[in-house]
Write a protein that binds this ligand. Structure first.
Ligand code: NAD
Ligand code: UD1
Length: 360
């Protein structure tokens, strides 16, 4: 049976991707230290899958542990080998992701994100697993862009979090024997199969409302905040700036449904395993921009709930527009986002109102 190792599997994107991979017939080793997630997410992934309870038990091995623990990683590869199975690829979601926090806890970010990835790659090399799909971010592009971003654009992250992502991309390119992280597709002379997926703004939830985004602390991102206002946990939204060079003066982002992101991971794996060794660096975005004011209007039209707001100053480090050029994704992994912003609003609200306390 073909096995995959998923790090950070219980998190927002990891849980949705695990469901897609489970339904695609893989056996999964699901590793998470639950520092920003709950094991309940993985229970629900099993329930949502199209498998019987018995098959779920066979196909999902949940490991509570840390990616920096090399002997734990070894045990996972060894346990697959003992069953005569092989982990053919890793999906690497585990990491710390809060931009603001990354300034205060820079060492933790380097240790967890970069240190953790080094431990993971060493274990992969030792057990001859040379395929990895890595969670990168549009943050690697920096802020001075007002056009749709393409993979060949300059890399200039402005916060420790983004720097760890850009560093991991460079490390992966180096290990693959490739020279640049500004090319969408390169042959790997060292026999690695690697995809760095640069997510834009993942949002939404599984349409069942059973799994979704579960921020542990007070959220900073717009979607979870809008949902908190909608369930009356919060009174209003503060819009960061009304004088951006955009049609309505508020920031434009490329929101992409988490189920589209999850399917993008399967598309990347399908490409990697059916082609010669290569390094792919691919934007996962819809190519459609939505301003903060537009989003508030669309939320009202789709859900019927008014989101009170007031204007505040610009947030440090923000940019007017962050939009993907999704052309290389279509060309190289045959993926494009299928769900629109209305579905993102509907599904994120469905999750939020069914689970006002998240997984608690
Ligand atoms: P998340 O926090 O929900 O998921 C990350 C998971 O990794 C959590 O379950 C956490 O408990 C686990 N984890 C963290 N450190 C670990 C460690 N050392 N060992 C084992 N498990 C560990 O985040 P997410 O939104 O699902 O993001 C997944 C990945 O995608 C992250 O690497 C993030 O940086 C990246 N990313 C996310 C976004 C976004 O907007 N959500 C955007 C761009 C990139
Ligand atoms: C933020 C991170 C980015 C990360 C992404 C993950 C910063 C500076 N950037 O991006 O690195 O990859 O999350 O999804 O933190 N907004 C408001 N009021 C709010 C919150 C947000 O007006 O209370 C606006 C922002 O100014 C922006 C838009 O909403 O225009 C989206 O913000 P957010 O959801 O935080 O995402 P990004 O800023 O794109």
């Amino acid at each position: 049976m073909r096995c995959l190792l998923i790090t950070g599997a219980a998190g927002f994107i990891g849980s949705h991707t695990s469901l897609v991979l489970l339904n695609a017939g893989y056996k999964l080793f699901l590793l998470d230290n639950f520092s920003n997630s709950s094991p309940i997410a993985l229970e629900r992934v099993g329930r949502l899958s199209n498998l019987s309870n018995e098959k779920v038990k066979e196909r999902m091995t949940i490991v509570n542990g840390d990616i920096r623990d090399f002997s734990l990683l070894e045990n996972i590869f060894l346990s697959a080998e003992k069953n005569g199975e092989k982990i053919i690829s890793v999906f690497h979601f585990a990491g710390l992701k809060a931009v603001g926090e990354s300034f205060e806890k820079a060492f933790d970010y380097w240790d967890n994100n970069v240190g953790g990835t080094i431990a993971l790659l060493k274990a992969m090399e030792k057990y001859s697993c040379r395929s990895i799909v890595f969670s990168s971010s549009a943050t690697v592009y920096g802020t001075k862009n007002n056009k749709a971003l393409i993979e060949t654009d300059p890399i200039s992250p402005i916060n420790p979090y983004g720097l760890t992502k850009a560093t991991i991309e460079k490390m992966l390119a180096n290990i693959a024997g490739c020279h640049s992280t500004r090319v969408a597709k390169q042959t790997s002379p060292r026999g690695w199969r690697i995809a760095c997926l640069r997510y834009f703004n993942p949002a939404g939830a599984h349409p069942s409302g059973e799994i979704g985004e579960n921020p542990k602390d007070i959220p900073n991102n717009l979607f979870p905040l809008i949902n908190q206002v909608a369930i009356e946990k919060k009174e209003s939204i503060t819009i960061f700036g009304q004088d951006w060079p955009t049609p309505d003066g508020t920031g434009i982002r490329d929101y992409v449904h988490v189920m589209d992101i999850a399917e993008g991971h399967k598309a990347a794996l399908d490409t990697l395993i059916s082609s010669n060794p290569q390094l792919l660096i691919i934007n996962l975005g819809s190519g459609e921009g939505t301003s903060v004011l537009d989003l508030i209007k669309i939320f009202k039209l789709s859900i019927g709930i008014d989101i009170p707001y007031r204007f505040g100053p610009r947030r440090n480090g923000d940019t007017a527009i962050s939009l993907a050029n999704p052309g290389e994704a279509l060309k190289f992994i045959k993926w494009k986002a299928k769900r629109n912003i209305e579905e993102i609003c509907r599904d994120s609200w469905n999750w939020q109102h069914q689970n006002p306390m998240g997984y608690k």
